[in-house]
Write a protein that binds this ligand. Structure first.
Ligand code: HEM
Length: 485
């Protein structure tokens, strides 16, 4: 192998990488030392804005393989035949802390999958929880501010965290989930993933279905208690990253089985829960899960910055046969992500290798912008319509339309028969064993007892009590006991 030569960015060989050029021995530096100037200037520009949420994460490549026929429900090409494989990239993440935060913390985990399909990239940007804290995107920035570091103290403040939840009764279900046994996954491999929102599938005949995605881990669920998590963070703050990287390097390729719950579109209006409310699940007794395929992760990225930090997922990257539902939160997200990418990575972020559609041809009239590397031939026109056989629209919508009615305005979500904010939280609580209930209450009390205002504590206890009187009573007692200590 020929010896590798160190070069400048322009490719010229570097003579000395240990001593800067000076005016004489011991003299001041010379402005003509291109290597030094370039090296210092480039170093200053290594960091880009971190993601405003889900900043800390880990990624891996793999594939999705269809195991069951779902062509009756969707015309999506990558799901069109049993055995069909599609390349993918996944990024797991925590939500609230910054890039330098710890992995083993009580926080939802992001579960973002980019399928490189032959009809374009399909991004399914979900979490490890089937529900979420809020159901209207207008509340998202306030919610996130309350969970991230306080502008004065510079740390996550129990006062802010619980105050927001005390003012958001719809968070009761997700808070019950988060403070339960699954709130701190032992690793990214040992947790499930959910699309969380309701999405729409459309089949070749144009029939519409609403679906919820569930990725079930084939490694088994493993979680940490609060005490185990504290120990883990102390020993290795990057425990999830280490686990995923090492497992794949060892050839122990993690996998998940994908299931969907499917609701014929006509059943949505009269379902007992609002099927587009992200704080609710569809009980499996109503809509059982049906298997679709399996996801296998078998390759680590070579470069974390290039491939993981610069990965850009957007819930509005759909492919024919899959589309949005009227879920307001989802609709808000359809805007937020690509906007974040344009700010964080630039308008041409889709041209970065990890984001570019590798199995589909991109052909449009989008042009130029910072860092443009994609361009067609000299004969391509940059306007449409044109007389030069440029790319033209298909006239075929990606998914079926849904009917809307009523007046414009800032409406609360439509109410269905069972649509209160507490019923499903109570159902989750009642499903728990006595030991699970004890741990849930202890975990909540551990955080809530640090809140300085009694009125905030009282307010949120009423939410737990509304979910189940026993739940509320136990939380109130546990918090009082801790505050008397
Ligand atoms: C990341 C906005 C709700 C899952 C992000 C980012 C933004 C954002 C701006 C950073 C994107 C980037 O810089 O690359 C929002 C808004 C929401 C919302 C406005 C509500 C209206 C949700 C929900 C889920 C979710 C409900 C899960 C079901 C994720 C994940 C990431 C993320 C997994 C990280 C993606 C990655 O790994 O790059 N969100 N989000 N978000 N969000 Fe949301």
């Amino acid at each position: 192998m020929s010896k590798r030569v160190l070069t400048t960015e322009s490719g010229a060989p570097v003579a000395d990488n240990q001593n800067s050029a000076t005016a004489g021995v011991g003299g001041p530096l010379l402005l003509q030392d291109q290597h030094l100037l370039e090296k210092l200037a480039r170093f200053n520009r290594e960091r880009i804005p971190e993601r405003v949420v889900h900043a800390r994460g880990s990624g891996a490549y793999g594939y999705f393989e269809v195991t069951d026929d779902v062509t009756g429900f969707t015309s999506a090409d990558f799901l069109s035949s049993v055995g069909k494989r599609t390349d993918l990239f996944i990024r797991f993440s925590t939500v609230a802390d910054s890039l330098g935060g710890s992995d083993a913390v009580r926080d939802p985990r992001g579960f973002a999958v980019k399928f490189y399909t032959e009809q374009g990239n399909y991004d399914l940007v979900g979490n490890n929880t089937p529900v979420f804290f809020i159901k209207d995107p207008v509340k998202f920035p306030d919610f996130i501010h309350s969970q991230k570091r306080d502008p004065f103290t510079g740390r996550q403040e129990p006062d802010n965290v619980w105050d927001f939840w005390a003012h958001s009764p719809e968070a009761t279900h997700q808070v019950t989930w988060l403070f339960g046994d699954r709130g701190i996954p032992a690793s990214y491999r040992h947790m499930d993933g959910f699309g969380s929102h309701t999405y729409q599938w459309t089949n070749a005949a144009g029939e519409a279905f609403f679906v919820k995605y569930h990725f079930k881990t084939n490694q088994g669920i493993r979680c940490l208690s609060a005490e185990q998590a504290a120990e883990t963070v102390g020993a290795d703050a990057t425990s999830h990253q280490t686990d995923l990287l090492q497992a794949i390097e060892r050839g122990v390729n993690p996998s998940w089985t994908l299931y969907v719950q499917i609701m014929p579109a006509a059943e949505a209006a009269d379902y007992r829960f609002n099927p587009f409310d992200l704080t609710k699940v569809w009980p499996h007794a109503d809509y059982p899960v049906q298997r679709v395929g399996r996801m296998v992760l078998d390759r680590n990225p070579d470069n974390i910055f290039a491939e993981v930090e610069q990965a850009a997922f957007s819930p509005n990257n759909f492919v024919p046969g899959i589309g949005p539902s009227p879920d307001k939160m989802l609709q808000g997200r359809l805007f937020a992500y690509a906007d974040a990418h344009r700010y964080r990575l630039g308008v041409n972020h889709t041209q970065l290798p990890v984001n570019t559609p590798k199995n589909a041809v991109v052909d449009n009239y989008g042009r130029d912008g910072l860092m443009a590397t994609r361009y067609g031939s000299r004969h391509d026109k940059n306007y449409e319509p044109n007389s030069y056989s440029g790319p033209a629209q298909t006239g075929v919508p990606l998914s079926a339309p849904f009917a809307v009615h009523g007046h414009t305005g800032t409406h609360a979500a439509p109410q269905h028969v069972k649509d209160d904010d507490f019923f499903q939280a109570g159902e989750l609580y009642r499903l728990m064993s006595e030991e699970e209930k004890k741990r849930l209450v202890a975990n909540i009390a551990g955080g809530l007892s640090q809140v300085s205002r009694e009125d905030v504590i009282d307010k949120i206890v009423t939410h737990f009590a509304a979910a189940d009187p026993d739940y509320g009573k136990r939380v109130a007692e546990a918090v009082s006991a801790l505050r008397e200590d």
